[in-house]
Each structure stands twice: as C-alpha cells, then as structure tokens.
Design a protein around this ligand. Structure first.
Ligand code: GLU
Length: 398
C-alpha cells in the first residue's frame, strides 16, 4: 500500500458533506430522512440564470477562459462591490474560482508559511482550520460564547495575537451560528488587525441573507486601510441557489490575487465557462428572487427557533443571518438511549439520524461540542415535521 502524504495526517472528509451524503444514501434505500445537513438552499436556481447558462452553451462558451475569470464576470463583480459595498476594485484585484471554498483554499495556499498562525473564531465553518493546516499554517482558535451571541470580543481577539499571527478570519453572517457583527464591532476588529499588521479574511458568502433589518457590513468598506488589508470572499452559491454551479470569488490586494491566480493556473485552470456566464446574469440581472428567498428564510428561522426551544433540554438563540441555527444540546448529554449514554454532539447526531431519520451536523467539528447545527434551507413542511420528530426522539432519551 502506498504511504500517503504526511501533509494529510488526520485529514477527514468534510462533515457537512458527509452527513448530507449519508442522508441521501438512506433516502435512496427508502428510509424517511429529513435533512438539516448541508447548507444548500432548496430553491431552484432562478430561471433567468439557468437560461443564461443554456445560452452560454448555445453561444459556444465552452472553451478555456482566462484563468481568473472572464472580464464580463469580473466587471459584474466589480459593479456589485461598487453598488452594494461602496468598494472600488479593478479587474486585477478580483479572482473567480470554482466555488467560495476554492477561493478560500487558494488564499491560504497563497499567504501561509510554516509557523504562520491564523485566528479563527469558534464556532467556525468546518473547513477553515483544515484549509489553514493544508496551507502549512496553524489555526489559532478563539472560543466565543453563546451569551455573547457567538461574536469574538476585541479583548479575546487581542489576546490571541502573537508575532506569528498572519491573518484573522471573519465570517459574518456566520456558518454555523448565523451570528453577524455590527459595523461598530467590525470597526474594532479592523482597528486591532491593522495595528498588528494582520490580513483580514472576510468570508461574506451569507452577506445577502440577513433578517429583521440587520445591516451586514463588509469590513473592507470601513476605510481605505481596511480595504488594503482585507481579502473579501464571496460567491453565488447561497444567494442565488447555485451551489452546483461552483462559482466563488475573491477581491483584495493585487499581489495576493495574482498569487492565487497563479495557483489556479497550475491546478484547476478557469472555473467552468458556462457557470461563469450564468453568474454574470445572477450578479447583474434582476435581484427580486433574493427578496423572496429572504422572506421565506425569516419564516423558517422563526419556526425552527420556536420549535427547538419548546423541546426540553434544547435551547436556541435567534441568529441574525445565514440559514443555520446552532442550538445548545448539552443538557441532553448523559441521558441514555437503550442504556447507552449520549456523550456529546456526535453521539446525538448519530442517534438522531439512525433512530429518528433526522440529519443534523454535530457541533464538535465546528469547534463546540455543546451544540448541533441545523440548516433551515429546507421547506417549512420539513421543518415542522423534523422538529416534531426531534422532540419525540429527545423524549426517548432517559
Ligand atoms: N458550506 C456549506 C455547509 O457548511 C456546504 C457544505 C460545505 O462546503 O461545507 O453546509
């Protein structure tokens, strides 16, 4: 057997995708499974975007494109930043990649040297620490508290910085908690990052999904200095229900974008030509579908939060954005099913899928074992049924 690369020590598949694959396999076997797993909107990709993809094929846009993305898409992204974030970028400050995840991967490959630390507030999206490690760096996790709305305090941020710190990851609204930072909080974070010469990595993939009038601010837009020290990451997957099309993008300092483009040039080449044309339509076409999705997500969020809070042993704070809830399930630990105790979030998630046909993601790989993550990017019907089933399953734990 060939020995694998030492770099991969401990590397496992992404749990968000693994849970979803398990739910899909169980459904294929005829099991009745309700999925709250991967963060993937259940809405279809809007018609105008699909048509743009079909037209791209008909128009013969089926060949290699510029590695970093077609100019039409870069210009659409530049227009979006101008209009929505008051940020001015040029084409050489933009890179289009094969999904938001690919943009982040490229970035860590581009900036890290062995020993470099990247501050990641927990709970975090499962892939950040893994990608930092694959880039040769060291993730430095800063735990946040549920009572602080899962937001990193300036004090905790400052305390985590040392001479090896290279960057900080801000994901607002957050996956998995849905927490979002106010502009005032971001000002403080930017100030500390700039004082210490850190790169701010701002993952804004859930930017358009915020509720109750919460205004999502791009940290890069706070000042010219903040912009110079920030790489903004975004994509079309979540906002336009385009997860399968795989289009993400990064905006930031030229030298970083150039390095990321070179990595792409030596690895994937351009993201799919057809998807790029569809993304042009998504970003620069009518935006009315988003408002409809957001209105639907609010209803779902309110329903799932209320339903989970009504279950004895579960408590759930109401998030400002994204489409996840991150309920605290620690009161269930120690309760038993058929004599075996639920010891943590992984046991609970396993119990829920195996015994109740409910797919949730355990909190442990997000950096906090007291929680589980549920995506409410699924129908209201599923939410109502699923939460009821969770309640019944929890009652079986003695
Ligand atoms: N980002 C989504 C999630 O957290 C999709 C799966 C993944 O890439 O992690 O569920």
């Amino acid at each position: 057997m060939i020995k694998l690369s030492d770099r991969l020590a401990g590397l496992e598949e992404s749990v968000t995708l693994a849970i979803t694959a398990k739910a899909r396999a169980m459904k294929a076997e005829g099991r009745d499974v309700i999925g709250f797993g991967a963060g993937e909107p259940d809405f279809d990709t809007p018609e105008n975007i699909k048509e743009a993809g079909i037209k791209a094929i008909r128009d013969g846009h089926t060949k290699y494109t510029a590695v970093g993305g077609i100019n039409e898409l870069k210009d659409a992204i530049i227009g979006k930043f101008n209009k929505e974030n008051s940020l001015a970028y040029t084409r050489d400050e933009i890179l289009v990649s094969c999904g938001g995840k690919h943009s982040i991967f490229n970035l860590f490959q581009a900036i890290l040297n062995p020993g470099d630390e990247v501050i990641i507030p927990a709970p975090y999206w499962v892939s950040y620490p893994v990608m930092v490690a694959l880039g040769g760096g060291t993730p430095k996790v800063v735990h946040t508290k549920e009572s602080d709305g899962f937001r990193m305090s300036p004090e905790a941020f400052r305390a985590a910085i040392n001479p090896r710190t290279k960057a900080v990851v801000i994901n607002s609204p957050s996956n998995p908690t849905g927490a979002a930072y106010t502009e005032k909080e971001l000002v403080k974070i930017a100030e500390i990052a700039l004082e210490n010469g850190l790169l701010i990595i701002s993952d804004e993939i859930y930017e358009r999904l915020s509720y109750d009038g919460f205004k999502v601010t791009s940290i890069a837009s706070l000042s010219e200095e903040a912009k110079k020290s920030t790489v903004v990451l975004n994509g079309v997957s979540k906002t336009y229900s385009m997860t399968g099309w795989r289009i993400g993008y990064a905006a930031g300092p030229k030298n970083i974008i150039k390095a990321m483009t070179n990595i792409q040039s030596q690895s994937t080449s351009n993201p799919t030509s057809i998807s790029q044309w569809a993304a042009v339509e998504a970003i620069s076409g009518p935006q009315t579908e988003i408002d409809k999705m957001v209105a639907e997500f609010v209803k779902r969020r309110d329903s799932i939060v209320a339903g989970l809070n009504a279950i004895d042993g579960i408590s759930c704070i109401k998030p400002q954005g994204a489409f996840y809830v991150f309920p605290n399930v620690s009161k269930l630990f120690g309760r038993k099913y058929k004599g075996s105790p639920i010891k943590g979030s992984v046991d609970l998630a396993t119990y829920l899928i195996d015994e109740a046909g409910i797919a949730v993601v355990p909190g442990e790989p997000f950096g906090d074992d007291n929680f589980i993550r549920l995506s409410y990017a699924t129908s209201m019907d599923h939410i109502v049924k699923g939460v009821k089933r969770i309640g019944e399953a929890v009652k079986e734990l003695k």
